[in-house]
Ligand binder design. Structure first.
Ligand code: SAH
Length: 253
């Protein structure tokens, strides 16, 4: 009999952001495949009754490719063990959880998905930025910044994105931020559009960097902004306050 594979999201950081179901599934797991995105606090809480495999640092710090991770999940589940694939945020938002589910289906392995609190909404929220707001934004677009906007065959339509009347939230957007800002301005977005970048949201070393769209790439470069970070573009970014909204949810700090 095949074991079950649980695709679970641990939320954006800190034990308080994990769902009760995710905790239950983790504590009952035989095998846990994880990477570093869930953060140190969650990783330190993994039960020692499970075999825990860091797929970001497999063997001698070699990062496993997606197909290797999926092969490992299949291999463990075929031994009858229950396997948890632990991800940061929500498993189906840029987490490749959808692909993993399909692979498990192909192998006849039962899958349970445990949704998580996504960083795309929670990280801005915890520094006082609502991604929608009755006055400022009636829609929100969440996109990956992993794609180079100058690439001829981009899966994203930057001209269309530049016309949005709502908020744009970018995950994995640090590296391409200069090109993204340029593409949005070229597409007609106003250069003074407010932007906030939240690095390591809900972690003890969380940091927020703000600026207008036409200066944000330079401000971020000067500040040494690094992933993981959520980039919020839109008027709602002006609601950022250097308060304690996020920090009060961090336990053990
Ligand atoms: N499935 C995840 C996203 C995976 S993509 C989710 O729903 O949150 C990884 C990206 O998520 C990072 O590059 C970063 O853009 C963002 N991210 C995840 N956790 C974060 C955090 N605590 N602080 C800032 N950004 C975070």
């Amino acid at each position: 009999m095949n074991g079950t594979v649980y695709l679970i999201g641990s939320g954006p950081g800190g034990l308080g952001m994990m769902t009760v179901r995710a905790r239950e599934v983790l504590d009952a797991a035989d095998v846990i495949l994880y990477d570093q995105l869930p953060g140190a606090e969650v990783i330190a809480s993994l039960p020692d009754t499970a075999e825990c495999v860091d797929v970001g640092k497999y063997g001698s710090s070699h990062t496993l490719e997606q197909d290797e991770i999926e092969a490992l999940m299949v291999e463990y589940a075929k031994t009858g063990r229950n396997v948890v694939r632990l991800k940061g945020g929500d498993p189906f938002l840029f987490g490749r959880g959808g692909e993993e589910m399909e692979t498990m289906r192909e192998h006849g392995i039962p899958v349970e998905v445990v949704p998580g609190v996504t960083s795309a909404i929670a990280v801005p929220e915890c520094v006082g930025i609502p991604v929608t707001h009755r006055k400022w934004a009636s829609q929100v677009t969440i996109l990956t910044g992993h794609e180079d906007p100058t690439k001829a065959e981009s899966a994203l339509n930057w001209k269309w994105l530049a016309q949005t009347t709502g908020t744009i939230v970018i995950l994995m957007g640090v590296k391409n931020l200069p090109k993204i800002a340029e593409a949005l301005i070229a597409g007609g977005m106003k250069p003074e559009k407010p932007v906030a970048i939240i690095e390591r949201g809900l972690r003890p070393d969380q940091r927020v960097t703000c600026g207008a769209l036409d200066e944000i790439a330079e401000v971020a470069r000067a500040a040494g902004v690094k992933p993981p970070a959520v980039v919020v573009i839109g008027e709602v970014a002006t609601l950022y306050r250097d308060g304690s909204e996020g920090r009060m949810h961090i336990t053990g700090v």
